[in-house]
Design a protein. Sequence first.
Length: 416
Amino acid sequence: MLRTFTREWRFLRKDRGAQFWLALALVLSAIAVSFGIAEVREQRTTLATLIQEDAADRANALSTQADWGGAAYYAYHLTYEPPSDFAFAAMGQRDIAPWKHRIKMLAIEGQIHEADTRNADFGLVGRFDFAFLAASVAPLILILLLYDLRASERTARRHDLLVATAGSPRSLWLPRAALRVFALAVLLLVPLWIGAAIVGTSQSIVSQASGFVIGALLVWWLVVELVSRIDASPSVLLTSLIGLWLALAIVVPAIAKTAIDAANPVPDGGEILLLQRETVNDAWDLPKEATMEPFVEHHPEWQEHSTIEQGFEWKWYYAFQQVGDQTVAPLAEQYRMARLERDREAGLVSLLSPTSLVERAFEKLARTDATAMIAYEDRVRDFHAQLRAFHYPLMFPEVEYDPALLEGLPQYDPAG
């Protein structure tokens, strides 16, 4: 075995083409990991600054208020989804979905759907992260390393002689291909391991990610092995393998996405935002009872305090904010469930596409998949509900304003 490995290592050292592709894999992996770490550090720095400024801004706003309604209106609260310790490898939905909001006691759905579009361009072109490299680029490099192992020898008319000398095709081609696959896996993973050590990623996650990379390479090795057994020229084999890669990596996911989107229509976030704003704005011109009755249906505990005697009262104002949420609740739930269903079906279809399967696996490990971002939205809603639960008992019974009580304001916990 050692003798065979030594022989194949000498062959690999003489193959300038293979050395180029292996070196390229190492460089691309280092670049992807470096970019990912830099982006995560930038996001964490941004969050640290925002958390500090948010607390100071809220304290400043509350210091000038004289009633509960004003305190609730002018106090903003930062909510956010911090990047995980493995997010550097797979930014996933963080490039196209908001991961931070500043919210207050107004209707929450409108605040959620006022999306942060800082990285909107990445929604079109995607980000070059390690997940993309491992899922889409690594198979191409593997194809270029393996496609002509047999074909080149056939072209040079040495194939039969080499097989006869080796004793069997397996003893000749298996070690040669295995060494290249092993070298590619190591060169891809070493930068990932170094990056994980730098940011403190758990060993369990690193092991799982390494397993996904190795498993994907083994699948593509099998594909290349089956195709390369065809008695054809290297150019024909390469064209066939590139075509197969295009089908599995691009065509199948694209067709599947179109079909899934058509089968699970998702309301536009702008529709939710518009309907809520219309409901809230219309409340100014409606009788007070048109707001308080649907509000009391959801909060019967405040029925005794639901009478509005003046032209404007804060409890009426926040009541019609909540009625706005109640009005769009079915649409918002449809939006949420349709996205979850799309993601579930995409997960099933990814079994037909190794590239999609690997990328989704990395996003799940990094907590940057669609499910994680929807869970963040749910935590924002839960926190907003905590704000209402804090303010309503002070606002509706018209408790005398006491700034000291504001020290009990709920604090957002990203862990939920």
